[in-house]
Design a binder for this molecule. Structure first.
Ligand SMILES: NC(=O)c1ccc[n+]([C@@H]2O[C@H](COP(=O)([O-])OP(=O)(O)OC[C@H]3O[C@@H](n4cnc5c(N)ncnc54)[C@H](O)[C@@H]3O)[C@@H](O)[C@H]2O)c1
Ligand SMILES: O=P(O)(O)OC[C@H](O)CO
Length: 277
């Protein structure tokens, strides 16, 4: 495994790390972004540009909001998003992958492409900040479902069915609740490709498979399997279920609803097939 390059310096104090910076790359588990933004408020360069790689939502009492909106409003800065089929350990080994950057201002999209692109990390930029970000958040819930299928040993055809249905629910949810999302975004790396890679090689899939096989809780499995890293998919399943429940839309999103009920309400995991397919 490749080690961190010498020109990357770890600075534990986020205010110190951001001092004088004209570019912020924000990549932490979504549950911590609000706290980090609070610390950075009033402490960033006036001309700073940010890019969020976070895959998740920000929860408030009135519902859930995109992380890019939270960053933009807290720090009063412009925010691009980056998301794709990007398992970190494979990128560290310089195996080829694609990614998608969402921009509002094309100059910023091009700037971030220049910053991130390498011969093994191909960037496509699209005029769709929210579409890129929201695909990255919702695919984690599909991966929890796919991991359950692996744990139940139901085979590849069933898993493909869950992935297909998950993709449809992901697109339906995003188009239903957010304006201006482009259809083409779902065919970028941040869309279908990330759903596939996460459903085969991600931590959400792995934890969900173990949840079925061992019967342990996700909290326990996060500690045992992820070596200090954080799961995103179970929290996101809960966050979007609360929206669906409040609006009486559970039947229109059977996969998202069933994943939530298996994880949080003790529903029989076999219902993932019976209630959906
Ligand atoms: N790991 C991947 O393969 C991958 C790939 C693409 C996108 N992402 C997304 O990037 C984001 C971060 O993922 P990750 O795998 O780097 O997460 P991670 O669980 O490895 O945590 C990353 C960092 O978050 C910080 N952190 C931990 N607890 C914190 C706290 N209480 N307050 C503030 N910061 C804290 C720490 O610096 C930690 O090193 C997630 O939204 C994830 O979905 C991850
Ligand atoms: O390991 P996961 O399930 O958090 O997925 C990692 C990345 O988001 C894959 O693109």
């Amino acid at each position: 495994m490749k080690i961190i390059p010498e020109n990357v310096v770890a600075v534990p104090d986020v205010v110190e790390a951001a001092k004088g910076a004209t570019i912020l790359v924000i990549v932490i588990p979504h549950q911590f972004v609000n706290g980090v933004c609070d610390k950075l408020k009033g402490n960033v360069h006036p001309k700073v540009k940010a890019i969020s790689l976070v895959k998740g939502f920000y929860t408030t009492e009135s519902g859930i909001r995109p992380i890019s909106h939270l960053i933009k409003e807290a720090l009063k800065i412009s925010v691009c998003t980056l998301s794709g089929a990007n398992l970190a350990n494979e990128i560290a080994q310089e195996k080829f992958s694609e990614t998608t950057i969402g921009y509002k201002n094309r100059h910023e999209g091009k700037l971030f492409k220049r910053l991130f692109e390498t011969k093994y990390f191909k960037v496509n930029i699209v005029d769709d900040v929210l579409g890129v970000e929201l695909c990255g958040a919702l695919k984690n819930v599909i991966a929890i479902g796919a991991g359950m299928i692996d744990g139940l040993k139901l085979g590849e055809n069933t898993k493909a069915a869950i992935i297909r249905i998950g993709l449809l629910e992901m697109k339906k949810y995003i188009k239903m609740f957010y304006k201006g999302i482009k259809d083409e975004t779902f065919f970028e790396s941040c869309g279908i490709a990330d759903v596939i890679t996460t459903c085969y090689g991600g931590r959400n899939r792995k934890a969900a498979e173990a949840f079925i096989v061992t019967g342990k809780s996700f909290e326990q499995l996060e500690k045992e399997l992820l070596n200090g890293q954080k799961l995103q998919g179970t929290l996101t399943a809960k966050e979007i279920y609360l929206v669906l429940h409040r609006k009486g839309l559970e039947k229109e999103f059977p996969l998202f609803t069933t994943v939530y009920r298996i994880v949080f309400e003790g529903l029989d995991p076999h219902k993932i097939v019976e209630d959906i397919v």
